[in-house]
Every structure is written in structure tokens, then in C-alpha cells.
Design a protein around this ligand. Structure first.
Ligand code: DO4
Ligand code: MG
Length: 285
């Protein structure tokens, strides 16, 4: 089941059920006004299935604008969860190589704050590259939607935009390399009802186009993530609570070659089979 936040032609935000990737059933008249409250119910798939039997307005996807599928949730991210990510970070920094090597096998994962909900870019909105960085990349990641109990209640696609020269220079620059204007995109919607075993079968693909040409393409599978989703959620919920629920990016397994950096106006298209596509163009911030 695919659930979205959308804006209609009059600018009102609603919650919808996406059908056939082309239509949206507006759940707002049935009293569903927030995704986060709906996701509090681990059995929301049954609830929405029941509600969808009512006569509700149907809109074409082409007549609405998809919003990022977050309201008040903080967005967090896990790092170095794929072998590819560990190798890339060890290469980019002799200085921090041991830290990356250790965290990959340590019991405690790397978890970091990524974004406030209101700063997240939706599909179709620009993502940012820092003007004071020289080496900027997208990080295509599966994002877990966690409710206030720390349960995985859905999935979306995330882009953990990063400045690799900054993080490579010194680990202490990680927050600046990762958290800046438009550094996080989520969307296009939430896929719920899949188990972890099912999600681990999904492929993650990225394509970057520049002036109509493909300049980078990569692929991995969710199954390559070293840690279980529950394990990541458990560490995130240790000693802190998330009354609105939270979103957790699960790390990247696709790293472009070291000669590649994003440029203004590049088009990034991330696909996770089982969810859909997240598309953003790049702007300088
Ligand atoms: O420690 C650096 C960040 C790692 C990361 O964001 C990832 O592996 O996806
Ligand atoms: Mg990342």
C-alpha cells in the first residue's frame, strides 16, 4: 500500500492512497489528516483498506503535487552499513579510516541527525550542493518510517546528500558535510505492508543525468545492508523518545567514482523497486 502527502490545485495538503502509480484516493474527507497519526497504528493497512471502500474523491497524480512524506518527524541516518560505504570512506580519509573500519563491525552503529521535517525536499524539488565544497555526491538510501514505539511501519526513498571532501578532511566536519540547506530528500510516498525480508529483496538504483546525458548509474540491493532494521531502530530509540515517530535512512551502498562530483542542474533519479522513484534536480546552496 502506498500512502502520500499531497497538495491539491488550491494548495491544500491532504493524505492519499496511491493506486496504479497514477491516481490518488483522497483520504482527508474520511478524517485522515496526518500520516504520522495514521502510522501510529501498526495495523494502518487494514484501517486504510476499510476507509478506501467509502466514496472518496479521486485525483490524477498529474493534478497534484507530491509533498515529502513527513510532518513533524525528525530525520536520522545510519552510516557505514554497507561494505561499499566503508571502503569508500576509508579511501577518502587516511585520517579517519580506522573509525570507519571499526564502526562497520562494532556492536553500536553510526547514527546521526540528518534533518528537520520542514527542511526535507520532496520529489520534484531541488536538492542542494554546498558552494563551499568541491566534492558533492548523492547517497541513495532506503528510509524506514518508525512510529513512536520504534516499529517499522513503512518505507520511503531517501537521499543523504553529502560533501565528501569535508567529511574526508576531518570526521568532526561530518555535521557540516551532511546537514545543510536541501541536503535531505524523501519520497515519493510511503510503502507500507512489506516485511523486512520482503524489503531486503528490493534493488536500489540511481541515475544521474547532465545536459541530457547519463553521467553516472549504480545499483545495489537492500539485502546488502549489514544490520537488521530492528537493530538500527533499537539503537536510535535508546535513551530518547520520538513522540511523532521518526525517519531513519539506512546508509548507502552506491558510491560514484572519486572523479565524480555533482553539478548544478544535474538530475538525480533514485529507484527502489517495491517503492517507486525519487527525482530531484541539483541547486547550489
Ligand atoms: O560516516 C559517514 C557517513 C556514512 C553514510 O552516510 C553512509 O554510509 O550512508
Ligand atoms: Mg548516508
Amino acid at each position: 500500500m502506498k500512502l502520500c502527502r499531497f497538495k491539491n490545485r488550491s494548495g491544500q495538503v491532504g493524505i492519499g492512497l496511491v493506486a496504479d502509480d497514477s491516481k490518488v484516493l483522497d483520504l482527508t474527507p474520511a478524517g485522515i489528516t496526518q500520516l504520522q497519526s495514521l502510522l501510529e497504528n501498526d495495523n494502518h493497512v487494514a484501517e486504510v483498506t476499510r476507509i478506501a471502500k467509502q466514496k472518496l474523491p479521486q485525483l490524477a497524480l498529474s493534478e497534484i503535487q507530491l509533498c515529502a512524506p513527513v510532518e513533524h518527524q525528525e530525520v536520522w541516518a545510519a552510516g557505514v552499513t554497507y561494505l561499499r560505504s566503508k571502503a569508500a570512506r576509508m579511501e577518502e580519509s587516511d585520517f579517519s579510516a580506522t573509525a570507519y573500519d571499526r564502526v562497520y563491525t562494532a556492536e553500536r552503529p553510526e547514527l546521526f541527525f540528518k534533518s528537520l521535517a520542514e527542511k526535507v525536499a520532496a520529489t520534484g524539488e531541488p536538492v542542494g550542493i554546498r558552494r563551499d565544497a568541491k566534492w558533492n555526491v548523492p547517497e541513495p538510501e532506503l528510509a524506514l518510517m518508525l512510529n513512536s514505539q520504534g516499529k517499522v511501519v513503512g518505507y520511503t526513498i531517501g537521499n543523504d546528500m553529502s560533501s565528501r571532501d569535508m567529511e574526508g578532511e576531518n570526521l568532526l566536519y561530518l555535521p557540516q558535510a551532511k546537514i545543510y540547506q536541501r541536503s535531505c530528500a524523501l519520497g515519493p510516498w510511503i510503502q507500507s505492508g512489506a516485511t523486512e525480508a520482503e524489503a531486503r529483496e528490493w534493488k536500489i538504483k540511481i541515475e544521474i543525468r547532465r545536459d541530457g546525458e547519463n553521467v553516472f548509474a549504480g545499483e545495489t540491493s537492500v539485502g546488502q545492508i549489514k544490520r537488521r532494521f530492528e537493530e538500527l531502530a533499537d539503537f536510535l530509540f535508546r535513551c530518547q523518545s520520538f513522540p511523532h515517530g521518526t525517519v531513519l535512512l539506512t546508509g548507502t551502498g552506491i558510491v560514484p567514482p572519486d572523479t565524480f562530483t555533482l553539478r548544478e542542474r544535474d538530475e538525480i533519479r533514485i529507484e527502489i523497486t517495491g517503492i517507486g522513484w525519487l527525482r530531484n534536480t541539483v541547486m547550489l546552496v
